[in-house]
Design a protein. Sequence first.
Length: 319
Amino acid sequence: MSDTPAPTSSSPPPAGAKHRTALIAIWLGPLPTYIDLFLASCATNPEFTWLILGDQPAPAGTPPNVRFIPLSLGDVDRRIHDELGVTTRITRAYKACDLRPMYGLLFADLLREFTHWGHCDLDVIWGRLSRFLTAEMFDRYPRLQQSGHLAIFRNDAEMNRFFMRDAPDVPPWRKVLEHPDYSFYFDEWPGINRILKHHGVPRAPLVPVADVLAPRARFDLYGRDNHRLQALYWHDGGVYREFVDRASGGVGREEFAYIHLQKRRLPAPPFRRIPDLGYYITPQGFVPRLSAEPDRRTIRAMNRPSCAHAAFVVVSRSG
């Protein structure tokens, strides 16, 4: 068994790192039940730093490249007023999603040491990010990825203010701020992505992500071919999918930059230390991986549909 990261103080990115990237997440309220796995996956990506802003203290075992920074909704209001000159009163933490394209200005004091900044979610288990988001991409492109769960921007005056530009069918940024209880999805296609595309800002090629489809009771992936028998797991810093090929009957494997769990309500992992062979990420929760050579029965068992999630989806839609 290998230990999850031991408690340690915050530290800057590795000395001499050419690209220093901070990923910001605003989170208010109880942390996800699997926050220890999130943190352990951050620890295997020392080239990146996570800034988690909210009302929760750093859990025991937080690695040096993750910083928990106190923040309230009132603090957000004050930053919006001081940096953007708009008076607002945000009452829902989810509104922070609309603010994501503005983080470069709103949190400029936290980003001085970084060449790039981005935003992310906490319902994520990270894989080997630098294997997919390469130094060449950081050199060549002013932005990488384009989702709420991960997007990265060059930390310069132009990119930090790009959200202020106009584009067809995109609400002006002031309107986004002046309606604090309404979600414009300004962090994705209805907002910043459409602005960047309209102005011809190039984006690095998208990297493969295991983005779990929210409405499904089992784990199927958005935008990818899905297999009748497939299972997701984390091992030694990597996120993988194993599957049974329908044509050959053999077991295949592919790697992803990370898995996005789409707000799945999963129980806390049943292990305190990460098993030597890693763990499966299943609709029912996290399960130790016992063999590096899985058979069909294991793969089937690790992606059984979740009746609880199916019921949650039905209730959510009916409400």
